[in-house]
Design a protein around this ligand. Structure first.
Ligand code: HEM
Length: 227
């Protein structure tokens, strides 16, 4: 029962809350749809932390899409054998994971040690911060430590198949039963953040101002008064 709950009911619940929650927030609470910047309070740590986090997380997302979405056999067919894949996942994934972790550590430290930032933080900001820190930490730990201790474990034979089956609505909890504890914690915490997403500042992800890239500059000119 517990396995059915953790690896089938809970993930679907999180996905449903993610979708319905976004629709609800967009329809009823659009004015609070923001990243709630605290840049005007503290700039330096925010810039370094946020930059490291975003530089790290974008390749990590691509890594997840490849590792979870593309079957082992397809990778082999395009010339990426298991050894090559493992090297890429551990070294490249691990490197960007560490960059993400460093950013997340700095952002969390800033949020709790800078009094002015802390005072402006809501409970949801604090929860998102610590949950992200935990997910990233345990993900890096699983990649760099668990993978190297449990050589017989391959997440592409277990987690990835479970994940794809979940997406195509043919879930099978059995694939997750013998997965190492660190990976299990990472996946459960990962789904939890999706359920919280629509109710937090994370919604800003869907509102990246791409038009900034191509639009013309807004010129600000000093108004010179006639003396
Ligand atoms: C929700 C479902 C998720 C699943 C099934 C999942 C699965 C995995 C797996 C299998 C690994 C190990 C990769 C390896 O050993 O090469 C990993 C690593 C990692 N995950 Fe996740 N993850 C999920 C969500 C997340 C989220 C939401 C974040 C960040 C906010 C995240 C951040 C990371 C990081 C930083 C690493 C270590 C670096 C890397 O290997 O890419 N994961 N994840």
């Amino acid at each position: 029962m517990m396995n059915q709950f953790l690896w089938i009911i809970f993930p679907y619940l999180c996905i449903v809350v993610f979708i319905v929650g976004h629709i609800f927030r967009y329809k009823h609470d659009q004015f609070s749809w923001t990243a709630k910047s605290s840049e005007f309070i503290e700039k330096k740590q925010l810039m370094i932390g946020s930059l490291l986090f975003h530089i790290g997380i974008i390749p990590v997302i691509f890594g997840h899409v490849a590792g979870l979405g593309i079957p082992k056999e397809w990778m082999r067919a395009i010339g990426v054998n298991d050894h090559l894949y493992h090297i890429g996942a551990v070294y490249v994934g691990g490197l960007f994971g560490i960059v993400t972790l460093a950013g997340m550590l700095l952002l969390t430290l800033r949020r709790v040690t800078k009094e002015s930032v802390r005072k402006l933080s809501s409970m949801s900001d604090i929860i998102v911060n610590f949950l992200l820190l935990f997910i990233v930490f345990i993900g890096v730990y699983a990649t760099l430590v668990t993978n190297n201790i449990q050589h017989d474990f391959d997440y592409r034979d277990t987690i990835s198949i479970w994940f794809r089956d979940l997406i195509i609505l043919r879930p099978d909890a059995a694939y997750m039963m013998n997965v190492p504890f660190t990976f299990k914690m990472h996946v459960l915490a990962g789904f939890t953040i999706f359920a919280l997403w629509p109710f937090t500042r994370l919604v800003h992800v869907w509102s990246v101002p791409w038009n900034y890239v191509g639009r013309s500059y807004i010129l600000y000119r000093r108004h010179l008064r006639k003396r």
